[in-house]
Design a protein around this ligand. Sequence first.
Ligand code: GDP
Ligand code: MN
Length: 384
Amino acid sequence: MKIHEYQAKEIFARYGIAVPKGSVVTTAQEARQATATLGGKAVLKAQVHAGGRGKAGGVKVVRTAAEAERTARSLLGTNLVTHQTDARGVPVRSLLVEELADIKQELYLAITIDRGFRGPVMLASAGGGMEIEEVAASRPQDIHTEPIEPVLGLMPYQTRRVIARLKLAPPLHRPAAQLMTALYRIFTECDCSLVEINPLIVTADDRLVALDGKLDLEGDALFRHADLRELRDRAQEDPLEAEAVDEGIAYVKLDGQVGCLVNGAGLAMATLDVTNAAGAPPANFLDVGGGADDEKVSKAVSIILSDPAVNRVLVNVFGGILRCDVAARGIVLAYQRRGATLPLVVRMLGTNVEEGKKTLRESGLNVTFADTLGEVAQAISRAG
Ligand code: GDP
Ligand code: MN
């Protein structure tokens, strides 16, 4: 789950990481007042769940309170399109109004899970700021990677190594070590999949300040963070994905046309490979899970059918905890409720498979059955 920059900075501050003074506003009038409070100069930052705001015009320096009001009016209520969003962008409903920083240097510091290392790594670069992706692409050696053994935590020799790589001046060594330790505590205690400060600045008076903040929370750990769950902003999420989250369905929107209903994440990924190989790219990843009843299956099919890009549906269900007859009833329910007619390719195996197939056969829906993945591939390319 993503949260806003201002929320990440509130967490940073609680752990002793310095952030600029500022406040969140939702109207142009409030932006004017907040800027006046800061002495008439400020930076206005669109609060959206996407990076790349600076380059997309979502971060604006203003030099008077009146300019703040005008700028806020031009940002609030619009959609911000950055290189990390789709063409529709994400809605700007609030702005962070912050005191201007006097920047001497922009650094990059983050902790994330590295799949190769199978654990957390700290990433650091002296070349932080808006060009970090360019640095990563053209000069990867300029980004230091420090793997952290979860059993040991971030060790002092590691923070010293990172500090050496960042070439920080000696007076900054101790504050930098404290900041890295705090960042790792945030990462573990909040169950983050990513915590990132870009830029982490060295100010003209030699302090380290988190000028930006990004924090992604691991969805599977949110059950033990009632306070962090509250930070969810549904307006920033893809509507179909948000609906799926509410229903406890693992759903990721993709670019193709084949709507996929699968139980089990591994089978779902294999299914995506099969449709892709058949030249029919999937419209989504969807794992309806093992414990689904017919209502939940129906909800999942309904989410698939409400995607306008979908022109056929592939069901690949291995009946175990989710029985085939239950899956079939859920599918028929969703099609009938929506009056849908899209062709269905169904591969069903396992518990109550005959009953499930019977339900589908008698439903009057346009169903093709396939038993092997090879048959699935053939049927799905024909169905388009
Ligand atoms: P992002 O583009 O979404 O990552 O947004 P950031 O919060 O990182 O802001 C983008 C850039 O705006 C930063 O890299 C800074 O160079 C610049 N910026 C942000 N706040 C200030 C500020 O207070 N003063 C100055 N001079 N620049 C700022
Ligand atoms: Mn940034």
